[in-house]
Design a protein. Structure first.
Length: 170
């Protein structure tokens, strides 16, 4: 680990998970792009509730840091079909997945917190994929949600956790 990363890693390690994104946002512009990129790769998995921060600011930080990934395997196609489990309020979030089962897990989690756990499908051009993180086995795709296309509700979770297909998808 470089000397520059050591104090920053220590600062992030001491911070509660919900405060780490705020620290990274504060570092934006104060450290070299390469350092911020490495910090995002290393710490993104431990960040809780990125939706609690201004989305355009987080997108700007990712764009400035450059493509963030822990994967040695690049995304294969020019565009990807991605999935998100969320409530309708948060359907245009930053964090999506390539794995529909992961989206279903998050939809089930949101269903337990409040009514309305939903699974969405969308397309994203790789120019607007800001990161691809695989360390939690989530195949997480961090996107600029402004550029999502064909966002479609494909499943709705009921109170007992069963899925109900959208009338749009059959």
């Amino acid at each position: 680990m470089s000397e520059e990363l050591d104090p920053l890693d220590e600062r992030l390690a001491r911070a509660p998970s919900e405060a780490r994104l705020g620290i990274l946002l504060d570092l934006w512009g104060e450290c070299p792009k390469e350092t911020l990129n490495k910090l995002l790769v290393r710490w993104w998995e431990s960040i809780e509730l990125p939706s609690g921060f201004p989305q355009r600011r987080v997108v700007g930080m990712f764009r400035w840091a450059g493509f963030v990934t822990d994967s040695k395997v690049p995304l294969k196609n020019r565009t990807s079909v991605i999935y998100r489990g969320a409530t309708s309020r948060y359907r245009f979030g930053l964090c999506w997945t390539l794995d529909i089962e992961i989206a279903r897990f998050f939809a089930h989690t949101y269903r337990r917190r409040s009514p309305g756990g939903l699974v969405y499908r969308a397309k994203i051009n790789h120019d607007n994929v800001l990161g691809y993180i695989t360390c939690r086995d989530e195949q997480e795709v961090i996107v600029d949600p402004y550029f999502l296309s064909k966002v479609t509700l494909i499943e709705r979770r009921t109170n007992d956790g069963a899925k109900v297909r959208s009338p749009l998808t059959g």
